[in-house]
Design a protein around this ligand. Sequence first.
Ligand SMILES: O=C(O)CC1=CCC(=O)O1
Length: 93
Amino acid sequence: MLYHIRMDVNLPPDLDPEERADLLSREKEYSQELQREGKWPHLWRIAGEYANVSVVDLADHDELHSVLSGLPLFPYMNIEVTPLAVHPNKIDG
Ligand SMILES: O=C(O)CC1=CCC(=O)O1
């Protein structure tokens, strides 16, 4: 199943710099592993914002929740999920 996701990151300005660096490093490792597995085919920065739009390809809502709640930045993000269905006018290929 495909899901369109918007993630807005809201890190506290007074977050300890070492903790911030560790969080960002773990976020990168976590998302890049999912990208290598083909589960996170699109990850785009929204220009001018500390936010991204993504498309993930996961088995079901339970895997989606597991992936999102496992993000190291999960406690610091607002996340909006839009499930995607096939458009009837889409040509194959
Ligand atoms: O948009 C961000 O910086 C947060 C994020 C989600 C996955 C990732 O690698 O970074």
